[in-house]
Design a protein around this ligand. Structure first.
Ligand code: NAP
Ligand code: GDP
Length: 316
């Protein structure tokens, strides 16, 4: 059998670097991996995207590249996020078709599901109503990946699939205080509060609920999807519903990991975003009943240790 050439767009981000780590551990002899970033090609540009595919001639693609940030990034720039991601996704999926890629795995998010919904959310509900107004640009652009995957499958028999992770965190995350997701931003804030002997401020009420997934667990699941998931319909990659925690509880775990003893205050002038997005991982469990997720406290401690050890160079 000829070698698989796997191209990972967004290969230098949070999820891409986690996949790099797992691939180093679990490489298969018939796979060659290439992890690319915006420095290799600006995927908003069709010519750059074609040139990238010409260069690597991938047989398989994991498509992670996105204009991506936490709630407050999306709130500030819904239109830009929509346009940037529409361009990136159209260029990448069209190139996968044009260059005969055998399988493409793209990344949706549980953020994109309808704001008014029944719980738990499952894979059939992606288009069942408008997304939350806080990140409509990100959500509609992501939903269009599902539309394009279906189109390429129906019209051209392409095997383009998408996975739907919940809120991801881990080493190499974006720890920016304004634009990062809640977990990396909280880790950075508690680090600074401890260092400077200042109160730690949680944005919003702390009551919204999220399912967090460790990037290294998600990376193992990505490899399984690429190698073994043979369906073309989306699949939620998430911890169980019972593992959902409030933002306050997540912050308390970060506080514990840092052994921070200072004052904690809530800035309720900041948006809470969607209250919850509880996702059902029944489909994943039907394939992988024994998959073990890293316990959240251990994953947070590993991420805190990574951030502390790499403070100077971490993305922030
Ligand atoms: P990330 O850390 O922000 O990394 C983004 C990656 O995309 C970087 O490698 C970046 O390259 C690349 N990129 C951005 N704009 C690009 C462009 N115009 N051309 C080429 N490359 C570009 O993101 P992540 O957290 O790993 O997320 C990866 C995917 O998972 C995204 O599609 C995101 O929507 C999805 N997702 C993430 C989460 C989460 O909680 N993190 C949850 C659900 C879904 P540079 O570094 O060179 O800019
Ligand atoms: P989401 O899961 O897509 O909404 O994205 P986030 O990872 O940005 O999580 C947003 C939730 O965390 C909201 O309820 C915010 O109010 C809360 N939150 C608390 N502190 C922070 C923070 O410093 N940054 C972010 N992004 N969210 C925060």
């Amino acid at each position: 059998m000829s070698d698989k050439v796997v191209l990972v767009t967004g290969g230098t981000g949070l999820i891409g670097t986690a996949i790099q780590t797992v691939v180093k551990r679990e490489a298969l002899p018939d796979e060659k991996w290439f992890f690319v970033s915006s420095k290799d090609a600006n995927l908003q540009l069709e010519a750059d995207t074609f040139a990238l595919f010409e260069k690597y001639k991938p047989t398989h693609v994991i498509h992670l590249a996105a204009d991506f940030g936490g709630l407050y990034h999306n709130l500030r720039a819904n239109l830009d996020v929509f346009r940037n991601n529409m361009k990136i996704n159209d260029n990448v999926l069209y190139s996968c078709y044009k260059y005969n890629v055998q399988k493409c795995v793209s990344c949706l998010s549980t953020s994109i599901f309808p704001a008014k919904t029944t719980y738990p959310i499952n894979e059939t509900m992606i288009h069942s109503g408008p997304p939350h107004q806080s990140d409509f640009g990100y959500s509609y652009a992501k939903r269009m990946i599902d539309v394009m995957n279906r189109g390429y499958n129906v019209q051209h028999s392409c095997k383009f699939v998408s996975v739907v992770p919940t809120n991801v965190f881990g080493p190499f995350d974006n720890f920016n205080l304004e634009d990062g997701n809640v977990m990396p931003a909280t880790i950075h804030k508690v680090f600074c509060s401890k260092r400077d002997n200042l109160p730690f401020v949680i944005w919003g009420t702390g009551s919204p609920r999220r399912q967090f997934i460790y990037s290294l667990d998600l990376a193992r699941l990505f490899l399984w999807v690429l190698r073994e998931y043979d369906d073309v319909s989306p699949i939620i990659l998430s911890v169980g519903e019972e593992d959902e925690v409030s933002i306050k509880e997540a912050a308390e775990m970060v506080i514990e990991a840092f052994d921070f003893k200072g004052k904690v205050v809530f800035d309720t002038s900041k948006s809470d975003g969607q209250f919850k997005k509880t996702a059902h991982n029944g489909k994943l469990r039907s394939y992988l009943p024994d998959f073990k997720f890293t316990p959240i406290k251990q994953a947070i401690k590993e991420t805190v240790d990574w951030f502390t050890g790499n403070f100077e160079t971490a993305r922030k």
